[in-house]
Design a protein around this ligand. Structure first.
Ligand SMILES: [Zn+2]
Length: 149
């Protein structure tokens, strides 16, 4: 990640912390799969049709952080990380085709939570935490719209 930028709205420190923690969590898997992201941005909550997108294979990845529908007003870290993983797969594959979902399966939470995170001594989010977000993840996959240019 060369650059991380938030929208500069209310409680911007929370947005920045969320995005930085997300970047930190996916760092091992990005290194392992040679996924590079030039700019990681907070996506405007007004963007109704998606929760994340990836422009030009990692040139610009945007992730939605603010969730007016939740009690906290934010998506939680598990959701943000899973959307991020989805967008990272678009570094390799544009469309949501069979090959895309194969990579998605390979890069799934097991891989992410065990091998990569333990070698980096990352605090392990409880497995149940990720399981509980799997439905959100699947929904996010459907709602993602990648830019294929
Ligand atoms: Zn997608």
């Amino acid at each position: 990640m060369h650059e991380i930028a938030t929208l500069g709205r209310a409680d911007d420190a929370t947005a920045r912390r969320l995005l930085e923690r997300c970047a930190w969590h996916v760092q091992p898997i990005m290194r392992a799969r040679r996924w590079r992201v030039a700019t990681l941005l907070e996506m405007k909550p007004e963007q109704r049709d998606r929760v994340g997108d990836n422009y030009n294979r990692g040139e610009r990845v945007r992730i939605k952080l603010r969730n007016p529908a939740s009690d906290t007003g934010w998506y939680d870290l598990g959701h943000v990380v899973l959307v991020m993983l989805h967008e990272l797969v678009h570094n390799d594959i544009g469309p949501h085709n069979r090959a895309f979902f194969k990579v998605r399966a390979d890069a799934d939470a097991d891989d992410f939570l065990t091998s990569s995170s333990q070698t980096r001594r990352r605090p392990q989010p409880p497995r149940a935490h990720f399981d509980s977000f799997r439905f959100v993840f699947d929904d996010a996959w459907k709602r993602c719209r990648a830019s294929h240019r």
